[in-house]
Design a protein around this ligand. Sequence first.
Ligand SMILES: [Zn+2]
Ligand SMILES: [Zn+2]
Length: 518
Amino acid sequence: MQITFYGAAQTVTGSCYLLETGDKKIMVDCGMFQGHRLSRERNYLPFAVIPASVDYLLLTHAHIDHSGLVPKFYKNGFKGRALATDATVDLLEVLLPDSGHIQEMEIERLNRKARRAGKKLLDPIYTAEDAFGCVREIERVKYKQVISLDNNISIRFNDAGHILGSAILEIWVREGTKQTKLVFSGDLGAKDKPFVNDPALIDEADYLVMECTYGDRLHQDKGHRLEKLRQVIKETYDRGGNVIIPAFAVERTQDLLYDIGQLVIKNEIPPVQVFIDSPMAVAATEVFMKHPNYFDQDTGKLIASGINPLAMPNLHFSRTADESRQINEIKSGAIVLSASGMCDAGRIKHHLKHNLWRPECTVLFVGYQAPGTKGQRLLSGVGSIRIHGEEIAVKAGIKSIDGYSSHADQEGLLEWLGSFNKLPGRVFLVHGDPEALAAMEKLIPEKTRVDAYAPAWQETIQLTPGAEFSAEDLQQAYHAVAAKMDAFLKSAPEQADFNLVMKRLKDLEILLAEVKAG
Ligand SMILES: [Zn+2]
Ligand SMILES: [Zn+2]
């Protein structure tokens, strides 16, 4: 058995791992590389593995750095089974076509240049239509269900508490009489996040592939997020201005609504009007509303107390460009949530143009601002900024709250790893900048004595199979299957299902005999 790290190796984006066992290939995530140009160019390379040769594609969650190349994977011949949670598939329906649209625009821009230079024209990685097509192919699964992909491979999705539908994956692989258990953390959530549960605790693993986004950092505003938000809203309201919040459409926007809902129910803020001005955020919020079964207890309590943060009476969704423009007429008492989160594209630029020059307003950042973005420049204190070709003075208050991260910080990562009943034999560190990976590579062996290693891009590592099956384990498994058979036969199954189940039982019998014989 071997694993190859095709993405998120020595970097954060492009999550993609290939597990090869016997005659089966399992891909975990198929993400897009984001960030600087050299990284993004990897998206245009042919897949290092032939998509048609892959049997299963398992997606941990809907973020583009984990799912963004799925349409390309289908376009290039993938015909196997793809599985993800119900909520993930619904979010993919929003995110992937949008990503396809961005690819089309990007290529259009490049081709304009290419045409003028007499160079060859390029094709987009995939189109919005490609994306729509492939999302329909993905099977919807639920948390906590063990799913047998075949006689030797079983999987289970567990709540990762990162975004709606996000999962920690468990994979059991049987080779002969040995079983190896692998766990892929996916992106791990921070504790006490709105809407989602804390990350599920995992019992054991032979190998763990673990994210390290915040492997070298702690979240600062953890306990004060709500109080800081209250202050910003109250002070801006008192000055007679608006609060403009650049926010990502999925999760961050809904998290803000959740906190605003809490402040409303406690009567801690004045009567503000809240606007969601991003068609994608509106669509993502609708996905949230469709899946209340994914919410954690606190969210349930908040809704039971009469405040549904996604449907507050003072909450307005603006879909059309006209509706968006009307918000610009409002001079005070509005909170506007709009994308993009780093202020480089989308409707947020209009809201900045209308509010940045007014000292009574506030621009509130709630997410990471990458170097070179307008958001980062505003945070660094520039006196003016160019928007749509116009120089705009920065007079509004510029504030930031860093307590909205969707990722566990260093403490959270170590705590989650420490909660394994039986610690993994080896940990592979992924999804982090080199500094974050190096920090965890050092810390994990110190704290847990487990070997931790951050693989290189495209590195393949041979895995030693896990423990031998005991005859007792198998006997138990056999009895469990036999009991289920009884119920199954009473349900008048289709012939094909019947044959499949009979074959499983037969295989188990043979294995049991083999193990008993030693
Ligand atoms: Zn993520
Ligand atoms: Zn990620």
